[in-house]
Design a protein around this ligand. Structure first.
Ligand SMILES: NC(=O)c1ccc[n+]([C@@H]2O[C@H](COP(=O)([O-])OP(=O)(O)OC[C@H]3O[C@@H](n4cnc5c(N)ncnc54)[C@H](O)[C@@H]3O)[C@@H](O)[C@H]2O)c1
Length: 252
């Protein structure tokens, strides 16, 4: 059987929010293909642990600190903007500071890291920018105004960069998953099961997965593999688009 071979040896990558969940899975996938990976996160012990695991470099950085992020120079061929967080609140009660914080982490930091990394990619005439968006980069849900607006912004940002960067051999794409089995989501499942007095399996099927046709959580490694594919030579003509991994949610 013929398959694609993805060899990233000689490439340098940076993944934000890589101390946990999806970012960690992406960092593992890129490192397994031979890339030297910088693990960016503000969770110091977990960042060092992941970097040790993959023979990478830890970079402890609070992505909400825009002044520090602006000064963070990145000499990389691959940048994965992944760090993110959720807050659920009615818009009239949404804490303005929290709204701004989420936008700094999920939209301003991707802009600043891209800004810092892209000139080096242009010089090498090769680069991959991958932004971890969400099904909520394409659809809205009530009470998630900060998250949905940041992810929609990230989609627009990625498309704009794709137009600027294409002539330099640099692609920019998003990956837009539905619910992924990460620590963040697992905590929500346990809490909801207790709240509603139902099993965790029922929470996943009847509360979380009403929109997708395929009723299971996505594994983080599936996102890692998708990111790896976008880094391949075979994906060189894929730019300015969104790789939606949602079990059919957006087909509705
Ligand atoms: N889990 C899902 O179901 C799901 C679905 C769609 C999209 N996403 C997106 O995937 C990305 C990763 O989510 P996850 O589920 O792996 O979450 P996670 O909580 O497991 O990991 C997020 C990581 O980001 C880091 N982080 C958060 N704020 C930071 C800051 N200010 N500075 C530095 N690091 C910071 C955390 O320390 C953590 O290691 C997010 O952008 C999220 O919106 C997740």
């Amino acid at each position: 059987m013929r398959g694609i071979e993805i060899d990233l040896s000689g490439k340098k990558a940076a993944v934000s929010g890589a101390a946990s969940g999806i970012g960690k899975a992406v960092a593992i996938a890129l490192a397994a293909a031979g890339a030297k990976v910088t693990v960016i996160d503000f969770n110091e012990s977990a960042t060092i642990q992941v970097a040790d695991e993959i023979n990478g470099t830890p970079l402890i950085l609070d992505l909400s600190d825009s002044a520090k992020v602006e000064q963070t120079k990145l000499d990389v061929d691959i940048l994965v903007n992944n760090a993110g967080l959720q807050t659920v609140s009615k818009v009239e009660e949404f804490d303005p500071e929290r709204f701004g914080y989420m936008h700094r982490v999920m939209l301003i930091a991707p802009f600043l890291l891209t800004r810092n990394a892209i000139a080096g990619m242009y010089q090498k005439k090769w680069g991959r920018l991958i932004h971890i968006s969400s099904a909520h980069g394409h659809r809205a849900s009530p009470y998630k105004s900060a998250y949905v607006s940041a992810k929609h912004g990230l989609e627009g940002f990625s498309k704009t960069i794709a137009l600027e960067a294409g002539p330099f051999g640099v692609t920019s794409n998003t990956i837009a998953p539905a619910y992924v089995r990460t620590p963040l989501v697992e905590k929500q499942i346990t809490a909801q099961a207790e709240l509603h007095g139902i099993s965790e399996a029922e929470v996943v099927e009847k509360i979380m997965l009403t929109a997708p046709v395929i009723k299971r959580l996505i594994e983080p490694s599936e996102i890692g593999d998708a990111a790896l594919y976008l880094c391949s030579e075979s994906a060189g003509m894929i730019t300015g688009t969104s790789l939606v991994i949602d079990g059919g949610w957006l087909a509705r």
